[in-house]
Every structure is written in structure tokens, then in C-alpha cells.
Design a protein around this ligand. Sequence first.
Ligand code: DX5
Ligand code: ZN
Length: 215
Amino acid sequence: MTPSILNADFSNLQYEIERIAQVSDFVHLDVMDNIFVPNFTFDFESAHKIINSSALPVDAHLMVANCDVMGPAYAEIGCASVTVHAEATEKISQTLKAIRSTGARSGLAIKPNTSIEQYIDFSDDVDMFLIMTVEPGFGGQSFMEAMLPKIRRTREIIGSRSIWLQVDGGISIDTIERAAEAGADTFVAGSAVFKANDPAVMVTSLRNLAENMAD
Ligand code: DX5
Ligand code: ZN
């Protein structure tokens, strides 16, 4: 489970991350530049501070236009995983390899209207596919059921490779089982976690639902 702090209290992120640290594997950091998506979250300097003070390894999701430069830069400052958007990168293979060369995991994200088929050939450079289940840009949107076939297809493409399959957007106790059943194994949840009375209890509930489905 990888809670997204997009819907957490930005004025006290260190505390917000600590609240879920005991029960989460990573914290998901949504970086938006107001170019690739119509929203802005952190510049590099602010993100660097969050990464340095985080009680959890950071899974950076870069929704930025210049990801061929920023992807490796985020990997170099200590993110455990860096995901770039297939629609933004002009040098997919080179960027994924550069992220990996720092020791970070490389992720390739695809937006709802992008097909996975054209990216199969990059599988050898990918540690994680991220299938967006909302249009990137904002938290609190509804899970797009129409993405379930794409999640299934991606699971089929992964086959016996040890690539993680992440879903991001609208993941909650109402939707996580369907995403897990379709083949997702790594789950980002923002508002479901940080709007819950007890975020840590919610993370555990979500994890249990996903694991029961995967059994
Ligand atoms: C959307 C972000 C998501 C977002 C998820 O562009 O990539 O990570 O925080 O938030 P929820 O879980 O509220 O859909
Ligand atoms: Zn995200």
C-alpha cells in the first residue's frame, strides 16, 4: 500500500507521513508542474525536503513535462521509485535506464486514454507499470471502471516478469478489490486514506481487501 499525500495536510507533511508509516510500504509523492497537468504541487527543492524528512521510502509520480531530465534527478535525490509518464517522455528507454542506474525502481505511467500496447517493448526497462484509473491532476476523483480491461491486459503482458502493477486514482474500500482482481498488486490511495478518521486503520483495511482478492 502506497498512500498519496496529495490530499493530506501540506502544512505538516512530515506528521502526515508518520501517521501512516507503520502500516505502509511507501509514500506516493505526486509531482505536478502545471504544464503536463493543470495543477501544481511541489518544485524540486520542496520535494527534496519532503524526501529527506520522510519516514517512508518515496514513490515519486512525476506528472511533469520535462520528465527525461527530472526523472533521473528525482532518482538521484533518494526516491525509492520514480515513475514518469509515457506521454511526456521522449526518451523512454534512456530515462528508465537512468532512473535504474541510481538504484531506484523505474516506473512507466499511462493515462486513461493511452493504450499499453505501444509500450510492451519497453518492459525490460520497467520495474513498475502505473495504470492511471483517473485523469492525472487531482485527488478525489472517481475510479474509472473502464480501466479494468487495461489492468488485465497489463498483467498478461507482465507474465512471469517481476514487474509491479500499480493503480492510482479513486482507490477505496469500494474499488480496491476490483483492481486487485484484475491484476494490480500496488495500490495508491489518497483521499480514501487521508480523509479517513484513522488513516493507518484505513491503510490496513485496504491492504486486507487487496490481499484477500489476490489469494
Ligand atoms: C492524481 C494522482 C493520485 C491522487 C490519488 O493525479 O496521481 O496519486 O493523489 O488520489 P485519490 O486516491 O484521491 O484518487
Ligand atoms: Zn499519483
